[in-house]
Design a protein around this ligand. Structure first.
Ligand code: 3HC
Length: 305
């Protein structure tokens, strides 16, 4: 018997490429009302404009009707920065999709727990950070991890890892924290399926399955470039034509964002203590230069505005 997700309103925190993509599939495919919040009004505007463009393109391709597109767009409500997290109070599930930074995520989950109370499911779209650590940040003031309130609060936290571009990629990786309840896991899985996704599960290890495999591969490709083993174009061409990857690893790194790649690789390195995960120095330098890939106009490749 399939479990109902029971989500009547979804909250999303972060309107970058991931948050926006999640809003798109939730509004269009799961057909739930979405509240989307970001601390940057400019980012919210940019995200919503991109969503309008995607919907228009899907109508033009005949994938959806203009009524589907209008209904999906009408389901999305922007929560402006000045309203803060309290603007997500009507949500019965919130998916956090902000940058890959543990202290930022801990502060957000602490805030969500304080503002929204113990009921809503709190999901993180983190690519690599421990869901168990994030869940521990939700303990209400004065409550220990083993008090009834403490256990309940942490038990509704779960990892729901989408892939970029969210409207296209078929997978969601589901991660249980040590504290996550079965009900939370079942409902989060049902919600991902309602968004049109297939679901795999991973234990809460650094990078989960997806990035424990993908990011060392990308890091190794950057090290090949760094050592002069091959040119940028030949590294990417080898993987595209030799292995049928849709993008070469350097192009994919630019697409994901070099800051995100570095943050994930650092989590693998510090989380395991294994030197095989040492981030490439070239990757660090590119991020130092703020050459972050497609989103900043320059990474391994150039992206004219
Ligand atoms: N948003 C929405 N849709 C998009 C899109 C975007 N940003 N980019 C492309 N698309 C759609 C296009 O509209 C098109 O749709 P259609 O089939 O209905 O016409 C379809 O995707 C194919 O696009 P294109 O023909 O323009 O280009 P490609 O055939 O080259 O495909 C791609 C583009 C889907 C991005 C493909 O290159 C690809 O699959 N690349 C690998 C992506 C990948 O590995 N993603 C995972 C990254 S890891 C991750 O996200 C995890 C994180 O934790 C790091």
């Amino acid at each position: 018997m399939s479990i109902a997700h029971g989500i009547k309103t979804l909250g999303i925190l972060g309107s970058g490429q991931m948050g926006l993509g999640i809003a798109y599939v939730a509004a269009l495919r799961a057909r739930v009302p979405v509240l989307i919040h970001d601390r940057s009004e400019a980012q919210l505007k940019k995200g919503l404009a991109f969503m309008d463009k995607l919907l228009e393109k899907d109508v033009a391709k005949g994938k959806i009707t203009s009524t589907d597109a209008k209904e999906a767009r009408d389901r999305v409500t922007v929560v402006l920065p000045d309203r803060g997290l309290v603007g997500l109070r009507d949500a019965d599930m919130v998916i956090e999709a902000v940058s890959e930074n543990l202290s930022l995520k801990e502060a957000i989950f602490r805030g969500l727990s304080a503002e929204l109370g113990p009921e809503p499911i709190l999901a993180s779209n983190t690519s690599s950070i421990s869901i168990t650590k994030i869940a521990a940040a939700t303990l209400p003031d004065g409550e220990g991890a083993s008090s009834e309130k403490g256990k309940k609060s942490a038990s509704r936290v779960v990892g729901l890892h989408f892939f970029n571009p969210v409207p296209v990629m078929k997978l969601v990786e589901l991660i249980s924290a040590l504290q996550t309840s079965k009900d939370t896991l079942d409902r989060a899985r049902a919600f991902a399926i309602a968004c049109g996704k297939e679901v795999t599960t991973s234990q809460d290890v650094p990078g989960f399955v997806s990035n424990a495999l993908l990011m060392p591969f990308i890091n190794e490709a950057i090290m090949c470039l760094e050592k002069g083993v091959a040119t940028r174009d030949d590294i990417d061409k080898t993987l595209k034509l030799g292995m049928n990857h849709p993008m070469g690893p350097l192009q994919l790194a630019d697409f994901i964002g070099l800051d995100t790649c570095l943050a994930i690789q650092q989590t693998l390195y510090t989380g395991t203590g294994d030197s095989k995960y040492r981030p490439s120095i070239l990757l660090e330098r590119l991020v130092d230069a703020q050459w972050l890939g497609k989103k900043s106009g320059k990474g391994f490749y150039e992206y004219p505005a």
